[in-house]
Design a protein around this ligand. Sequence first.
Ligand code: AMP
Ligand code: GLY
Length: 440
Amino acid sequence: MNILVIGSGGREHAIVCSLAASPLSDTIYVAPGNGGSAPGALNVSPAELDIKDHAAVVAFALAHKVELVVVGPEAPLVDGLADSARAAGLDCFGPGAAGAQLEGSKEFSKELMERHNIPTASFGSFTEAGSAHAYIDEQGAPIVVKADGLAAGKGVTVAATIEEAHAAVDECFDGRFGAAGATVVIEEFMTGPECSLLVFTDGTTVLPMAPAQDHKRALEGDEGPNTGGMGVYSPVPIVTNEEHATMLAYMEQTVAALRAEGIDYRGVLYGGFMLTPNGPKVLEFNARFGDPETQVILPRLTTDLVEVTRAVAQGRLSEIELVWDSAWAVSVVLASAGYPGDYETGKPITGIEAAEKLAGVTVYHAGTKLLEDNEACEDTECAAAVVTSGGRVLNVTALGATFEGALEQAYKAVELIDFEGKQYRRDIGARALKGRSAWE
Ligand code: AMP
Ligand code: GLY
């Protein structure tokens, strides 16, 4: 079957690699894709297909005999692309606009959890500054201020002082995040390690993936600004069986809550948890695969991803059994100098092939671009066909029989890859290796 994947990150490259490994997949169209490739996968450039134009996406899918649409990022989901695909009779992996509100609106998500008694930080939500400031004065610091809508991971301020919290509220209402900041959610500050639990769901059946732990801060020692994620590993050694069972129970409760409210949710539900001293609590939900979590989760999934995503889209997930490789997986993000702030692009990348010759190593492309035959690289001596085109450039994933082994192999591969300005965290997994006490 032909498949259309929407998105351009490392997550989408990992999804495409897993779909391409299935004997069921024929041509996989990736719109817009990046410099990464997979057997049978073809990029569809923005000039050929504007993914914001839902009618065009549907027309493309029908014209190319696509039987399954897989939507990677949150924005098209919140925008209702999955609704448009399903209305045209296409099978689609990803929730419609109503379900994607779990990620698209923090207020919606918090209120749903409140209605259904799903443990999360206590909160208030506000549409004008006066009452938000009064709430902060009443609650005190530390406290967390969040823009309601999608803000590319930049809408959250963990404020150590009430002054910082007041400033964050003003920033939201001053329009820094556009419409996404018109409502502000203010939350209780929670402590503990963070852990992501993603599940496949067709709205009824819930099948958990292995837990993963991201490193959100740009710099070693969890310092510096928040990023989309600088490295990740799976499974998560510091999570107890009891915590795992509790997180899964909350995910099942959330899917049941959506169903009870008449929302048909088909895709990935991503639970971001904090393992507090009082047990796991939900930090946030995402309506999609995590990035870079997917780059350590899918390589360990031995079940055919075409079968899984099609069963989700068709509401037949109860027929599927997920089987996981027992290996440990680690992924280190290589980023451009300056990320998450401003950075340069167009830097030639070398060493990817050598890195992938190492046992268990796969290099997923994120912010990369393949040079066209007639396109010159800015470096006239350049022999590389791939150049940087984004902040997070590559995700270097390694599988190993042990956590330490996977880490060592990932960093060996990282050393073989080069581009001007390459930056990465050298401490991915370091805290988890020390055990739970490293968070106390
Ligand atoms: P979010 O996008 O809502 O997951 O928030 C981004 C990051 O901010 C999270 O990964 C946490 O590190 C931090 N954060 C969010 N909410 C809270 C909270 N209530 N207490 C402490 N830290 C938080
Ligand atoms: N890695 C965090 C996210 O995908 O939201």
